[in-house]
Design a protein around this ligand. Structure first.
Ligand SMILES: N[C@@H](CCC(=O)N[C@@H](CS)C(=O)NCC(=O)O)C(=O)O
Length: 201
């Protein structure tokens, strides 16, 4: 199995966490995004949208991190990372989608702005991103009040939030994390899969 990867890509990190949870061995092909390797005809044959991550498992090619993780969970079912109950499974999937679109993408946008000297930053973009991240953390805080993980057991929903929550320190934000969410982050950080990937700053 080969993962077309980039070390800083939070979507590729989601896949790496699942591969580690399932203790699967794989090769890594780092795609040089800065040099535009994702736009090469060879890479576009794997993913016509020209993005990492892409997983190649023998003759099976899957792109889109959420779909790769679904594939991994179907094909390598132990440990199962989705709830048995279909209502909870739907909830986990909805939260994965929320994490990708409403939490991780604003985090990437903020991170990108922070690479620019302060005077040239788009403060409106920064504020929008910070607000989205704060709303996401507040929502998680409410959901985690009586649970160890977002839908009870550790699931693909936790995986989807993990890359950004494990790297909140780099976002230069004042955060007053309440115990449910702070304890959940500590729990995520102590998982063997996460420790082994050294995603924690
Ligand atoms: N929805 C995609 C997003 C993947 C994505 O945004 N990948 C970025 C790196 S983090 C990428 O390959 N960017 C290169 C480009 O778009 O040219 C997923 O979940 O896999």
């Amino acid at each position: 199995m080969t993962l077309y990867d980039h070390p800083d890509c939070p979507f590729a990190q989601k896949v790496r966490i699942v591969l580690a949870e399932k203790e699967l061995s794989y090769d890594t092909e780092t795609v040089d995004l800065a040099a535009g390797a994702q736009r090469s005809p060879e890479f576009r044959r794997l993913n016509p949208f020209g993005q990492v991550p892409v997983l190649v498992d023998e003759e099976v090619v899957v792109y889109e991190s959420t779909l790769i993780n679904e594939y991994l969970n179907d094909e390598y079912p132990f440990p199962n990372l989705l709830p048995e109950d279909s209502a909870y499974r739907a909830k986990a999937r909805l939260l994965e989608d929320y994490a990708d679109r409403v939490f991780t993408l604003p985090g990437m946008s903020l991170r990108q702005q922070l690479t620019v000297v302060a005077d040239d930053r788009n403060e409106q973009k920064c504020d929008t991103a910070r607000n989205a991240i704060r709303s996401g953390l507040a929502m998680l805080n409410g959901m985690l009040k009586d649970k160890e993980y977002i839908v009870g057991e550790f699931s693909l929903a936790d995986v989807s939030f993990a890359p950004l929550v494990l790297d909140l320190a780099s976002l230069e934000m004042e955060l007053d994390l309440k115990p449910p969410v702070a304890e959940w982050i500590a729990r995520l950080k102590s998982r063997r899969s996460v420790e082994s990937l050294r995603l924690v700053a």
